[in-house]
Design a binder for this molecule. Structure first.
Ligand code: ADP
Ligand code: MG
Length: 291
């Protein structure tokens, strides 16, 4: 199957909408890609999971990656973070023009990539407060004074409606789904990444927690932050509006569009994406036109 997602080329990028039209994207012409994934193939234990993913994210853009369970979304996020089990067998990942695949996971984090996992791990014995302070030091390279750190922490915690006693608890130990996700967003707000990959940040959240978490993410978006929001459901996209929506199926991005595509997926499910001849034909035509 052809890959319907085009890398940026010579100052503009193709954008495929469900109708198959190819639009020059004015907002992209002045920006440089923060992330450029080109024909990425990834295997886990010799099984190929990603089969040629191409995706370009420019500075300040919010992209949603949607798709059924098992389509390869989390595999892409682990690969971006440099998990040793996920082997890049072909293709390229460029972060700010630099080859990411050669960079160890900790260097990626220091370089400004933040990954919120679908299943955050508990770290009994390490308090939230100590963990966050160490993480901020590692990312920024300088240590904040306790006073500075507390001040910044308080501001962010107020925004996320988190209570003070949270700080002395152990990382994710006995946390509710909502608490885990709030901690991720709190951590992100302190680390100030340039690229955030948020894997199913909406899972396990009730509607109030979802609104708070989405509000936290929205407060951070802007020209200095690009977001790849991975989600199975359209729900969180009622609160965070991506400029681009991509659909992954069987390790490939099979359709890309604007935010309206998320609503279409919500209404129609995922089957039509590959079953409908029109979607395939339009995309194939668009690819044939690609530079
Ligand atoms: N560590 C792993 N070991 C073996 N298979 C894996 C591993 N991680 C993912 N897979 C397989 O890769 C496919 C894609 O999984 P995943 O990336 O988690 O999809 P998604 O996040 O879209 O639900 C699935 O078939 C899954 O079973
Ligand atoms: Mg997943």
């Amino acid at each position: 199957m052809p890959n319907f997602n085009f890398p940026a080329a010579a100052g503009w990028q193709a954008k495929i909408v469900p109708g198959g039209r190819r639009l020059p994207n004015e907002t992209m012409s002045q920006t440089k890609p923060i992330l450029a994934i080109k024909n990425l193939h990834v295997s886990v234990e010799d099984k190929e999971i990603l089969k040629g993913v191409s995706l370009t994210i420019n500075a300040g853009e919010v992209h949603a990656l949607m798709g059924r369970t098992g389509s390869g979304k989390s595999t892409l996020s682990y690969t971006l973070m440099g998990h040793p089990r996920y082997k890049v067998t072909a293709g390229q990942i460029l972060y700010k023009g630099e080859d990411l695949t050669a960079m160890p996971a900790d260097a990626r984090a220091r370089a400004g990539i933040y990954l919120a996992f679908q299943y955050p791990v508990a770290i009994p014995g390490v308090s939230v407060s100590n963990f966050l302070r160490a993480a901020v030091k590692a990312r920024r390279g300088t240590e904040l004074t306790i006073k500075e750190f507390r001040k910044e922490l308080r501001e962010q915690m107020n925004r996320l409606e988190m209570k003070d006693d949270f700080l002395s608890r152990y990382i994710n130990d006995g946390f509710s789904g909502g608490e885990k996700k709030r901690l991720e967003i709190l951590q992100m707000s302190l680390l100030k990444p340039e690229l955030a990959v948020l894997d199913e940040t909406d899972s396990g959240l009730d509607i109030d927690a979802l609104k708070t978490v989405a509000g936290g993410i929205n407060a951070m978006t802007g020209p200095d932050l690009s977001v790849l929001l991975i989600t199975h459901y359209q729900r969180i996209l009622n609160y965070i509006t991506p400029q681009f929506v991509h659909v992954m199926q069987e390790g490939r991005i099979v359709l890309s569009g604007g935010s309206e595509l998320a609503h279409e997926l919500e209404a129609r499910g995922y089957d039509w994406v590959t079953q409908e001849p029109a979607a395939t034909t339009d995309a194939a035509v668009a690819q044939a036109l690609a530079p």
